[in-house]
Ligand binder design. Structure first.
Ligand SMILES: [Zn+2]
Ligand SMILES: [Zn+2]
Length: 281
């Protein structure tokens, strides 16, 4: 039975069984990630590796302490690993694994795909866990052909729905930052996410997690209204926003919204572009 559990408002996620799995990103404190993990019934020892999408701080904040506590390998692109090490975000002695085009971690097959974002080399993942495929794509300025290939047909897709264009346009962020967020190396807007969700549903994806909502330039309601709600009645999907914590694949109902309220995310405010506006997150 495969668990997909967004942790700490989507700043990390656990994928795997209750006894063996991986974390994707570590954007909250190690303590809160481990607490959230415990709340979905997963012991720290179950984590066999940490996959990292890129080295913006909202994805690696807890990595140094987490690698000290868990003593597991960290896996990402060479450029991201170098960035993490150079900035002291990894406990010395931590094993690092360079991503290859296809690798096995915790009994699951991981296939990375490049994402266009404001860093040296960011990636998303397609993770095959037994019969189930999970797509993970956050922090992307646009959905490229490679991303599309990585996500299409997956059973569950976590995808960024970062900003509402009209809110970004009037946001307090400086002009240059708004330009960068909206660029094709920034973040995915609600309408662009919606379009992708609609197309993915036609490839068979039945579950969506809308993630990385900007606190400043979005709300869960706006993201859901654009991204899923308007299509849900037609297709009978369920959907999750980052407020909803755990999803048990095999026990999940297609028409309901399986929620594990003890998952740690609770009703915390959305996460996303919440840092001081000095860089695209
Ligand atoms: Zn981010
Ligand atoms: Zn980022």
């Amino acid at each position: 039975m495969i668990l997909f559990a967004p942790l700490c408002s989507g700043s990390s996620a656990y994928i795997g069984t209750k006894t063996e799995g991986i974390l994707v990103d570590a954007g909250a404190s190690a303590k809160s990630i481990l607490t959230a993990l415990g709340e979905v019934g997963v012991e720290p020892g179950a984590v066999k590796a940490i996959l990292v999408t890129h080295d913006h701080s909202d994805h690696i904040k807890g990595l140094r302490v987490l690698t000290k506590r868990l003593r597991v390998p960290v896996c990402s692109t060479v450029e991201t690993l170098e960035g993490i090490i150079d900035t002291g975000n990894l406990t010395p002695g931590t094993e690092v694994l360079e991503l290859s085009s296809q690798m096995e971690l915790a009994g699951m097959e991981v296939v990375p795909f490049d994402t266009p974002h404001d860093v040296a080399h960011s990636v998303g993942f397609r993770i095959q866990a037994g019969e189930r495929a999970i797509g993970y794509a956050t922090d992307l300025g646009e959905v490229t052909a490679e991303i599309w290939q990585g996500l299409s047909g997956a059973d569950l897709v976590l995808i960024e729905s970062n900003y509402e264009p009209r809110l970004l346009a009037i946001s307090s962020y400086p002009y240059y930052l708004r330009q960068r967020i909206a660029s094709d190396h920034g973040h995915l807007s609600n309408p662009d996410c919606a379009d992708t969700v609609r197309r993915l549903a036609q490839t068979g994806t039945a579950r969506f997690v809308l993630a990385h909502l900007s606190r400043e330039n979005n709300t869960p309601e706006l993201a859901a209204a654009h991204g899923v709600r308007q299509y849900a009645p037609a297709f009978g999907w369920d959907y999750l926003t980052e407020q909803l914590a755990g999803l048990d694949f095999q026990a999940g109902e297609v028409d309901g919204i399986p929620v594990d309220p003890g998952g740690g995310a609770g009703l915390e405010p959305p996460q996303g572009d919440t840092q001081p506006p000095q860089a695209v997150r």
